[in-house]
Design a protein around this ligand. Structure first.
Ligand code: GLV
Ligand code: MN
Ligand code: MN
Length: 426
């Protein structure tokens, strides 16, 4: 139990749980971006924003924003945010904890009668998790002017374009330039750690030093669907054979590169779509997505070149065509702003909480926001490091402690940030 936190831990907790309840009942906890459930979740968030006295709007990039005016309208906005979408069968906290923390901070400021100098915005960024359109961080890309026409033209398996989906949920891709922010003085994001450092060292909060770079590559093999009983092995053109050899190459090359670097390197094949996916049919088509993460972009380039060659060779050996080897997205690693990190550390000390510096192997909206303003993250513990799974868990008081660190840092930054938006060094 953390005593005397300057916010309401139960109110914060209850809201996280209420949002978690808005899930596909067959696959807790699932609230995929652009779905009906996602819209229900967002309607709930918007209502809570309004109840907290925030002025609610949606920007052209589909970000849901609640705003609280400050004393000095000439100052840049301090923004707090994260995302309310989930991976399939994900957890209750990833992203949601950050959005609800922003909301609770507003309520705690109100309870304490604090009027900030800066305007404050709480942002629920659209589609932080990789969406069915093959893109992640859709809303934070829009907020920094990094959502381009090629991305808007990406389609989901049903044929809908990302641009049309953004319009369907209330954004306006024709006016995307208006979503690009130039008025934000600082961006703060609370997130669950999704790793075991804090728990294993009995620490209260992590202050994020850097966020890993992520590149995603789509590979498609096309062979020929044939009868699995009557087609001799030497006549088959089995797309899954080429794909599975490529999965093995990804793992082997990644292990080799991880052992080569003093930094961080991981690679994963998390999507494998086999067609027609029937037990008695030779696979005719196979689509895979490779997710590559590192703190060193040169490593990613080297790895992708190797997998390019390997997958072409595996296709030739299986007598199939490799019809796509395409970069879906490519974000560089990002350093968090020292001035904000210092504020988090000072806040933790003032609350008597134990903090450590920590690098993030997960991607976050803060990585994009750092392109336009100083940005930094607070991590709270994840039980057994589990995340992107229903077992994802953070204790009520652990979450409240992280939120309190953000609140105290916010109050200090409100006084100490340079008085001109964008004027401080990242
Ligand atoms: C976001 O959850 C990511 O790291 O993929
Ligand atoms: Mn996630
Ligand atoms: Mn997240």
């Amino acid at each position: 139990m953390k005593p005397n936190l300057p916010l309401n831990a139960d109110r914060l907790w209850d809201d996280v749980m209420a949002l978690a309840d808005i899930t596909d009942p067959a696959k807790p906890y699932t609230r995929r971006s652009f779905t009906q459930l996602f819209l229900e979740g967002r309607a709930w968030v918007a209502k809570r924003f309004e109840q907290a006295g925030l002025t609610v709007r949606m920007d052209a990039g589909g970000n849901l924003i609640g705003r609280r005016e400050g004393r000095d309208p000439s100052l840049g906005v301090i923004a707090i945010g994260s995302h309310s979408d989930t991976v399939p069968s994900g957890g209750r906290f990833d992203g949601i904890a950050g959005v609800v923390t922003g909301l609770e901070i507003v309520r705690a400021l109100d309870d304490a009668g604090v009027v900030l100098d800066h305007p404050l915005e709480v942002i629920d960024f659209l589609a932080e998790e990789p969406s069915e359109y093959g893109l992640s961080c859709v809303g934070s890309r829009a907020a920094v002017g990094a959502l381009d026409d090629k991305m808007l033209a990406l389609t989901e398996p049903g044929g809908e374009k990302l641009g049309d989906a953004i319009k369907r949920i209330g954004g306006d891709p024709a006016r995307l330039a208006e979503a690009k922010r130039s008025d934000i003085a600082a961006f703060l994001e609370l997130h669950i750690e999704q790793g075991i450092v804090l728990e294993s060292q009995s620490l209260d909060v992590g202050v994020v030093t850097s966020i890993v770079g992520i590149r995603r590559i789509e590979v498609i093999f096309e062979g020929g669907a044939d009868h699995a009983g009557t087609t001799p092995l030497h006549l088959r053109r089995d797309a899954l054979v080429a794909a599975s050899e490529t999965v093995a190459s990804v793992r082997q090359r990644a292990e080799w590169l991880a052992s080569e670097t003093s930094g961080y390197f991981v690679a994963t094949v998390g999507i494998l779509v086999v067609e027609p996916n029937a037990s008695n049919v030779v696979p005719g088509r196979c689509r895979m997505v490779i997710d590559v993460r590192t703190t060193d972009p040169a490593m990613t380039t080297r790895f992708v070149e190797e997998i390019d060659k390997d997958s072409a060779a595996h296709a030739a050996a299986a007598r199939v065509e490799r019809v796509a080897f395409t970069t879906l997205s490519d974000g560089p690693p990002v350093a968090c702003a020292p001035v904000l990190r210092d504020a988090y550390h000072a806040a933790a000390r003032s609350l008597g909480l134990k903090a450590t510096d920590l690098a993030s192997g997960a991607g976050h909206d803060a990585a994009f926001m750092s392109r336009i303003c100083p940005s930094a993250m607070v991590f709270v513990p994840s039980k057994a490091g589990k995340s992107h799974a229903p077992e994802e868990w953070t204790e009520r008081d652990e979450l409240a402690a992280g939120a309190a660190v953000m609140l105290e840092a916010l109050k200090a930054l409100d006084k100490s940030l340079p008085r001109r938006a964008g004027a401080i060094a990242k």
